[in-house]
Design a protein. Sequence first.
Length: 301
Amino acid sequence: MSKHGTIRRYTLIIEKLRRNQYPSFDEIKRHLFDVGFEISNRTIQRDIEQIRYEFSIEIMYDRFKNGYYIDYENSINIESFFKFLEIVNTAELLAESLSESKDALKHILFENQGNLQGLEHLKTLLQAIKEKRLISFSHYNFSTEKTKHFTIAPYLLREYQDRWYIVGFNKKLKDVRVFGIDRITDLKIKDKIFNPDKNIDAINLFENIIGVRYSDAKAEKVILSFTHTQGKYIKSLPMHSSQRVLIDNDDELRIELEIIPNYEFMQKVLMHNHSVKILEPKWLVKDIKEMLKQTLDNYNR
């Protein structure tokens, strides 16, 4: 069976585990059968083993409840795995539609945000991360409008709003830096192997932030109040994994986030315009007021 078919089975198994409490082996098999996968017990067992081996998602069996479950605590970067499944399955469905009809693209409209610059680097960067090899490249900085050469130990690929970034440690600067791959040129993988620093947990750097601008600041409670209508969108597409609903009625949706407020977060807040109000912390209320005042001044000139 094709790789797409295998990924589709992985998705169905994960869906069953997420939606049901401890489904049995037979229930998982029935779920696969209902959508057209007539496969053996051994194939299902192998799928579960491969999900664990290839993606570090721990699927465990509870003999007291006679069912399977996902061990979230011991699974590595599980949200990225779910996003990966979503991307692959969406691509497969679109590919099937296109193969059935050449006119299918006439009925699909993508958001046109650019020309996907830098995507050719993804495979090379991932290879360097897996092999723990240093990389060198030139990078253009939008703020300084200058191009500089860097050599880093790569730790992580990060996607945000259809842009990809490489996260790595720069020995010269003695710091972890984030580089947009759309601005990378002259990328080279070095022969030199690096030993990952145990004090650098690249994934956790982004745990309490929105976007790519992280800091060593401590996460704090941020409370936002949305209009009732806008709140429906916020519930369906949470701003952050820590999002918790405090009030949900006909007047407002009030949520709490546990984050480090940064530039990308402020952009998201301003995007909602008059449909949102920051309630806490007070320093953030003051900052957003100043930003809105500056915006108004731009129109009064």
